[in-house]
Design a protein around this ligand. Structure first.
Ligand SMILES: NC(=O)c1ccc[n+]([C@@H]2O[C@H](COP(=O)([O-])OP(=O)(O)OC[C@H]3O[C@@H](n4cnc5c(N)ncnc54)[C@H](O)[C@@H]3O)[C@@H](O)[C@H]2O)c1
Length: 371
């Protein structure tokens, strides 16, 4: 089997999740390639050295430019904040590497378009990590929609709620700086709801949105308590019109007290509905209109016939958050072998960014904005 040398840039939250995915994927699924965890990269030498040991990488580096230029590297996996996605992805594309990039694709629509042009011009495979498409219950939701079980879709209601910023003493980490993160709850978590809306319902044509920053100044960092300005949204709330006639709402907030990672959607169609909540990720609720005794039932999406589950455990033996990343890299490897473009990819990233951009514009213009 052909070996594929992987390089990962960034070694914290997503670095840990993606490392686990690269390590596990071949242990549970038959692969067309053998991924080799070649080199992990970050700026702090002691920390990246420790990450390489702990996560199982062969080598570490503190210089992403040098890593991207290495002739022995096949895939660049970008797990860094949004302000670094463009330079890393563009450099990787020009070195003809396969690029897997964390979401949101970029910090602005213009940057996302530049990244798409770079991968197209160089003819390289590209993928965006909207990993929730790879939750078995969500992939099952897509099948249920595609086979017509819930009929024509009228409503999409997507919420992605967290509460880690409700404490005003929590410092202004990079996710609260526009220059680093592009936006706040909008790009960080509402972008996932936008991706699921596009994956499950269709393209969004028009939006109206309200962005709100509740706390505009925070301690600069955990160590330095001087005040620093917050210039991104804490919450984003939007109404959307889909091109196929469905309507929806999308809400992302990091101020939803008590909600930790409440990524939920409800879709209502002419014949039935589906409901998903990440905090119970093995389950899909399905309602099919069948007269007076119909009601919601819960499908445990752990049968070997359910998406991805044949690779894991017997029915009822549940899986978790980390598996969604394993399925993401699996899809990348399968697509590469089939000479196809994996999904979601940089086209999806640009389209997602168009929606986020329209939401941001609408919050300023206080009117509907076309995507
Ligand atoms: N798919 C998901 O569900 C999901 C979840 C969380 C984060 N993300 C995305 O993943 C990306 C990273 O987020 P995170 O939560 O892992 O952040 P993090 O703060 O936990 O880790 C960021 C990493 O990037 C490194 N880094 C920062 N600037 C760098 C630079 N200039 N050069 C080299 N390395 C640099 C840091 O040292 C660190 O290792 C973001 O785009 C974020 O939106 C996606």
């Amino acid at each position: 089997m052909k070996k594929l040398n992987i390089a990962m840039i960034g070694y914290k939250f997503m670095g840990k999740a993606h490392s686990n995915a690269w390590r596990q994927v071949g242990r549970f699924f038959n692969l067309p390639y053998e991924p080799v965890m070649k080199v992990i990269c970050g700026r702090d030498e002691a920390a990246v050295k420790e990450a390489s040991r702990r996560f199982g990488w062969e080598q570490y580096s503190t210089d992403w430019q040098e890593v991207v230029a290495r002739k022995d590297i096949d895939v660049i996996d970008i797990c860094t904040p949004g302000d670094t996605h463009l330079p890393i992805a563009v450099a990787a594309a020009s070195e003809k590497k396969v690029v897997l990039c964390e979401k949101p694709l970029a910090n602005s629509l213009a940057e996302a378009e530049t990244m798409l042009r770079a991968v197209q011009k160089n003819g390289v495979t590209h993928m965006l990590c909207h990993n929730y498409r790879r939750v078995p219950a969500i992939a099952l939701a897509r099948q249920v929609i595609d086979d017509g079980t819930i009929g024509q879709i009228h409503h999409y209601r997507g919420t992605y709620l967290q509460d880690w910023l409700v404490d005003p003493e929590f410092p202004r980490v990079w996710r609260l700086e526009k220059a680093k993160a592009g936006s706040g709850a909008l790009g960080d978590i509402a972008s996932h709801s936008v991706d699921l809306a596009r994956y499950l319902v269709g393209e969004i044509a028009e939006v109206t949105a309200l962005l709100k920053t509740f706390i505009t100044e925070r301690p600069k960092s955990f160590e330095d308590h001087d005040p620093a300005a917050v210039d991104v949204d804490d919450a984003a709330l939007s109404l959307v019109r889909f091109t196929n006639g469905a309507i929806g709402s999308i809400e992302g907030s990091r101020f939803a007290t008590g909600r930790k990672n409440y990524n939920r959607f409800e879709i209502n169609g002419s014949r039935g509905s589906i409901v998903f909540n990440l905090e119970r990720l093995n389950e899909l609720e399905l309602y099919v209109e069948q007269g007076p005794n119909s009601g919601f039932r819960t499908i445990m999406a752990t049968d070997s016939k359910h998406p991805y589950m044949s690779g894991w455990w017997p029915p009822g033996h549940i899986i978790g958050y980390e598996h969604t990343f394993t399925h993401t890299v699996l899809e990348l490897l399968r697509a590469m072998a089939a000479l196809e473009l994996p999904e979601p990819n940089f086209f999806d990233g640009v389209q997602n960014q168009r929606v986020l951009d329209a939401m941001e514009k609408s919050s300023s213009s206080q009117s509907w904005e076309r995507v």
